[in-house]
Design a protein around this ligand. Structure first.
Ligand SMILES: CC(C)(COP(=O)(O)OP(=O)(O)OC[C@H]1O[C@@H](n2cnc3c(N)ncnc32)[C@H](O)[C@@H]1OP(=O)(O)O)[C@@H](O)C(=O)NCCC(=O)NCCS
Length: 173
């Protein structure tokens, strides 16, 4: 199947938003999705973007049952390791079910690696749910290590009231 991978544009935010929800449904946590396509436009396509995104687009003849041509995406941003330096963090990788198995996921993942390498990143990191073994296998087949298994890291978050409380306790100086 012919497809191309390109940098997302502001106009792609409706498609990205749709696929963010599809991925969240797959991950059985759709009720947690609060982001709007307007927020994605603001956060990814303003002067100091918080993320970058690649999309996979198929030709007219291969478009989805519902008429979509943008059928996959990889959303990533940059972070930093005090041990190793520049790191690219892959937040989302998704290919619509009817387009899987055509090399699109691998194409998106490789392209993020290439973009990261061009920016001198030495690591590509991501997290994946413990039951999502098909995707864990997909990453492992490409050479990824599972750091929870090998090093015991936990994934920690502050949000909502806990984040507010923490921020409110900041020393005033
Ligand atoms: C993971 C995902 C992006 C892969 O996309 P895809 O387009 O189906 O994958 P590809 O067709 O590019 O597969 C590329 C390679 O991985 C292999 N592969 C695909 N799924 C695999 C699996 N479950 N286990 C092992 N290898 C797998 C393919 O055989 C292929 O190998 P090859 O290069 O030797 O031919 C897609 O399945 C998906 O969207 N899954 C649901 C969402 C998800 O879990 N996202 C990640 C959240 S962290």
């Amino acid at each position: 199947m012919d497809f191309k991978i390109r940098a997302a544009e502001k106009e792609d935010c409706k498609d990205i938003s749709r696929m963010i929800m599809e991925l969240a449904v797959y991950e059985k946590m759709s009720e947690q999705v609060k982001i709007s396509h307007e927020e994605l436009e603001r956060d990814g396509f303003s002067q100091n973007p918080f993320f970058e995104c690649l999309v996979a687009e198929v030709t007219d003849e291969h478009k989805s049952k519902e008429g979509f041509k943008v059928v996959g995406y990889a959303l990533y941003f940059y972070t930093y390791s005090t041990w190793k330096g520049r790191t690219v963090y892959l937040e989302d990788l998704y290919v619509m079910p009817e387009f899987r198995g055509n090399g699109i996921g691998k194409g998106l993942l490789s392209k993020v690696a290439e973009v990261g390498k061009k920016k001198q990143c030495v690591r590509l990191q991501l997290s994946v749910l413990n039951w999502n073994t098909p995707t864990q296998d997909f990453y492992a087949a490409k050479g990824a290590q599972d750091l929870t298994a090998s090093e015991g890291w936990h994934f920690i978050r502050f949000d909502g009231q806990n984040l507010d409380n923490l921020a409110n306790e900041a020393p005033k100086s």
